[in-house]
Design a protein around this ligand. Structure first.
Ligand code: FES
Length: 56
């Protein structure tokens, strides 16, 4: 499922980024561009990032 249409980023891409150490929206924006254009994807992206973060 596409989360960020502006940059063609999927929920899977975000989970992958999270596994590779991305832990904030700022970092996600830097790595994948998520939330850096129209910003409509930001709240969903934040939720996915939070969900996929390991609970340690
Ligand atoms: Fe992500 Fe527009 S949909 S910045």
């Amino acid at each position: 499922m596409y989360v960020c249409l502006c940059h063609g980023v999927t929920d899977r891409d975000i989970r992958e980024a999270s596994e590779n150490g991305v832990s904030s929206m700022r970092q996600l924006g830097k790595e994948l561009g998520v939330g850096t254009q129209c910003g409509r994807c930001a709240s969903m992206a934040r939720g996915i990032l939070r969900e996929s973060r390991s609970p340690d």
